[in-house]
Design a protein around this ligand. Structure first.
Ligand SMILES: *[C@@H]1O[C@H](CO)[C@@H](O)[C@H](O)[C@H]1NC(C)=O
Length: 267
């Protein structure tokens, strides 16, 4: 009897679809899609609000519910939230490692879903950079090329995004100051080891400043530090003073101020 009943039920379900016909079926699936995209927009709106108010844990809790999302806009925000949570001082070392690898997975998936979003490229590059702390020198160097490629793609897709430009400057700065033994290792492992100069770093920091003046205390600090490396005292003083006078809103701003003061005293 039970077997017959299920068979009967399935029969009804099937005939309902065929009765409604293709057009009605289409309409139903279409409205389901519309509903889903409204939900995505709402989630993004909530997420951006939480991000703006620095509610890292709440943001992660919201977005982790959407970890199986196919939407690149949700996925890169989840990657960003995961790595922000990883950086909190209340996060244990073990949790941190798990979170940065998790973040990379979300960013990777976001990139698979949409390759024309600058934010996806930017956060993918940032997440790869984060896992570098747990990888060996060989992987780190191999990743350096990938990181650069994605920052460049982000800038190409959105030349006004000062953060991507700044991060490209940081990339150049780190490879300009790479200790000699690291570049030796890199030269052994790779035909063309990643390299850069302080002049190139400087160009990016200035470009970032042009795109969005005073957007980030650290960009001012790095301008000062790069000029110091280039032995240009006058310009170093100018930018370090700007970094020192930058109104500190975040923990990072305060650290920047402190470093700027120390450097100014050392000049
Ligand atoms: C990918 O991202 C770009 C830029 O944000 C957007 O214009 C485009 O509609 C997205 N494509 C898809 C398939 O979501």
């Amino acid at each position: 009897v039970f077997g017959k009943l299920t068979l009967f039920r399935r029969g009804i379900a099937l005939s309902a679809v065929s009765y409604l016909g293709y057009e009605a079926f289409n309409l139903i699936s279409h409205s389901a899609v519309v509903h889903a995209s409204i939900k995505v927009e709402e989630t993004i709106e909530q997420a951006d609000y939480l991000y703006g108010s620095g509610e890292t844990k709440k943001l992660y809790q919201l977005l982790i519910q959407h970890k199986t999302s196919e939407d690149a806009e949700i996925l890169w925000r989840l990657a960003r939230a995961s790595r922000d949570l990883a950086q909190l001082s209340s996060t244990t070392a073990e949790e941190k490692k798990q979170l940065v690898y998790e973040a990379l997975e979300y960013a990777k998936k976001a990139l698979e879903k949409n390759e024309s979003s600058f934010a996806v490229h930017k956060w993918y590059a940032i997440c790869i950079s984060d896992v570098g702390d747990y990888e060996g020198i060989k992987t780190k160097i191999a990743n350096a090329y990938v990181i650069k490629e994605h920052f460049q793609k982000a800038i190409e897709l959105n030349p006004k995004d000062a953060t991507s430009i700044h991060l490209m400057g940081i990339w150049c700065y780190s490879f300009a100051e790479m200790p000699w033994y690291q570049s030796k290792i890199a030269a052994v492992l790779f035909a063309t080891p990643p390299s850069s100069t302080y002049e190139e770093a400087l160009r990016y920091f200035h470009k970032a400043e042009e795109a969005d003046p005073n957007f980030y205390s650290k960009n001012l600090l790095l301008l000062g530090k790069t000029y110091m490396k280039l032995n240009n005292k006058k310009m170093a003083l100018l930018w370090l003073t700007k970094a020192k006078d930058y109104p500190a809103h975040t923990e990072e701003d305060k650290q920047v101020q402190k470093e700027a003061v120390e450097l100014l005293n050392s000049i």
